[in-house]
Design a protein. Structure first.
Length: 137
């Protein structure tokens, strides 16, 4: 991709998940408050194509990294890192189905450092390579 030409960002065409869409344990009073959880999820979805760090997310909700990570996992059931990977893979699936970008461009668009990084996590999560996924769909 030519870095001299600026392409408009690809907007997420699906609504952000709400706390009602998440596998939250209704019997647990532990975890992030619904307000903080919503703020975190919005932040992750708005910045997932960047080099998002645990420190940046925790700072966004004024918490230490350790405390945030523990409460996030109690709320969602997975670590912030695994949640971010899941969201990047889901977005990559959407872009693969649109068949408008190369796999390398999709990798960069969703926040992976390169095509190989996307392929590794995609195959691990989905069970097939991005190319095979796009051809089957």
């Amino acid at each position: 991709m030519n870095n001299n030409l600026q392409q408009p960002p690809i907007l997420i065409d699906r609504p952000l998940p709400t706390t009602g869409d998440l596998p939250i344990n209704p019997l647990s009073t532990k975890g992030l408050s619904p307000c903080k959880l919503r703020a975190v999820l919005e932040y992750i979805h708005l910045h997932m194509n960047e080099g998002l760090s645990l420190e940046a997310i925790a700072t966004h909700v004024n918490m230490s990294q350790f405390h945030f990570c523990r409460l996030f996992k109690q709320s969602i059931g997975v670590s912030p890192y695994h949640y971010l990977l899941q969201q990047r893979i889901e977005r990559a699936k959407q872009l693969l189905l649109q068949n408008q970008l190369s796999i390398a461009d999709i990798a960069l668009e969703v926040g992976f450092s390169n095509q190989s990084h996307l392929c590794f996590h995609f195959k691990r999560s989905v069970g097939t390579s991005p190319k095979q996924f796009a051809q089957r769909s």
